[in-house]
Design a protein around this ligand. Structure first.
Ligand code: SAM
Length: 179
């Protein structure tokens, strides 16, 4: 069970980045994303992707982050550029129940203390989406990306155009060649 906890989401400013956090979590094998601020539109967007592309990924918004971290039965890893190095820390994280915390602008000091581990994905500032993607990819041994979700829509890798199979209609839609 892997839950990604997204802190500091501001619906007016962070809609796109938080959507990307959630989609990245789903695509790389997490089970749920929890967002600290209520945002029904964000929930609808993610549920719509799950409806089309499959899987059991869940989203919850309006989650009290302090309570959620304290109540978590498993390990809590906070991703921050100030933390210990990913390559050294990763082999020591053996739990199956993992909460991964990512921030937005400023993460409260308390999070650093409540987390079991503060882990950096390199010590340069970049993005919560990049940090999450690299963490999940490395933890999954690079295999999670290739795992299909068997949803209604299936994308078939295509070196030039787009091939999307709609399994409910059992027909293939092809777009014009790109490039
Ligand atoms: N001062 C922040 C920090 O502690 O990493 C940078 C803010 S950044 C805009 C938003 C989020 O991206 C951070 O809260 C953290 O979760 C993630 N992040 C950015 N750079 C990272 C890095 N090098 N390693 C791990 N996480 C990072």
């Amino acid at each position: 069970m892997i839950v990604v906890l997204r802190l500091g989401h501001r619906p007016t400013r962070d809609q796109r980045v938080t959507t990307h956090v959630a989609l990245t979590a789903r695509a790389l094998g997490a089970d749920e994303v929890w967002v600290s601020t209520p945002d029904p539109d964000l929930e609808k967007t993610i549920q719509s992707v799950v409806g089309r592309f499959g899987g059991k990924f869940k989203i919850k918004t309006g989650v009290d982050w302090r309570k959620a971290i304290k109540a978590w039965e498993g390990q809590v890893v906070h991703l921050t550029m100030y933390g210990e190095s990913l390559s050294k820390a990763l082999p020591t994280i053996k739990t199956k129940r993992l909460m991964i915390v990512v921030g937005a602008e400023k993460v409260p000091r308390e999070v650093y203390d409540l987390a079991d581990r503060n882990i950096s994905v390199g010590n340069q500032p970049h993005s919560e989406v990049a940090a999450l993607a690299i963490f999940l990819d490395r933890r999954g041994g690079g295999k999670k990306l290739e795992k299909g979700q068997k949803g209604r829509l299936v994308i078939v890798p295509n070196p030039r155009g787009k091939t999307v199979i709609d399994r409910s209609k059992e027909k293939t839609r092809r777009s014009p060649k790109q490039g």
